[in-house]
Design a protein around this ligand. Structure first.
Ligand code: ZN
Length: 224
């Protein structure tokens, strides 16, 4: 089994591996260790890592809990909206300060909502990427909306910007932050002082968005 892990170099003397709550693997290593040496050491810890990753109590996978019945609420752009299951025929999801679906579609509500949220994510995120790319003077390759859990967004070495569709549950100011954050990575790959400096010019109140994400991080692990 192959693991993906992130290496963080520091002035520590020994290698330390940790599995984060989001199941990402962080390897903290002394600066002088070569990648080959680090990888060798990580491979010897494979079993330990696997055990950690399988520990569902410490790293819970929260089951999707919506039943899609009238009166339930769904989070969208930072607000909760009520769902009405109605007798009339509706094509998919109707949204106007509340969600509406047909009773006949209730059995596939999960898929319908996922499709609806994905579309909303694309529609809302794309203009923000255009806006902040222009403002930062950076060029990206493609914008992708993904299924990945445990991460809000990422950017690839090929300058593709990837976002988790579940971020559409967050308020607009949080979306702005997440988009700007990933685009600043095209200038500065790590979370250095310089990184936050550039970001704060784009998003002066980014701390507020970070706090929202800290409080609501578990939303990544459930669909709705
Ligand atoms: Zn980052």
């Amino acid at each position: 089994m192959q693991f993906e892990y992130h290496i963080k170099y520091s002035n520590r003397k020994t290698l330390n591996i940790s599995v984060e709550r989001d199941r990402s693997i962080i390897v903290r290593a002394p600066e002088h260790l070569t990648f080959e040496k680090i990888d060798k050491l990580v491979q010897t810890k494979k079993q330990w890592i696997q055990e950690k990753l399988n520990h569902t109590q410490k790293y819970p996978i929260i089951a999707d809990s919506k039943e899609f019945v009238s009166g339930e609420t769904l989070l969208f752009l930072g607000r909760n909206y009520q769902l009405s299951v109605v007798e009339e025929e509706i094509d998919g999801i109707e949204f106007d300060q509340r969600f509406k679906i047909s009773k006949t579609n209730q059995h596939k509500a999960n898929e319908l909502f996922k499709e609806w949220y994905l579309n909303q994510a694309i529609t809302k995120i794309k203009p923000l990427v255009v806006k902040y790319a222009r403002s930062l003077g950076v060029e990206y390759n493609k914008i992708k909306i993904s299924e990945m859990r445990y991460r809000w967004g990422s950017c690839t070495p090929k300058n593709n910007i990837i976002f988790n569709w579940r971020i559409i549950k967050a308020p607009m100011y949080v979306l702005e932050y997440l988009v700007a954050h990933e685009l600043v990575h095209l200038i500065e790959g790590n979370h250095t002082f310089e990184f936050w400096n550039i970001l704060s010019i784009q998003i002066p109140n980014y701390e507020k968005a970070k706090n929202w994400l800290k409080k609501n991080g578990q939303l990544l692990e459930i669909d709705f």
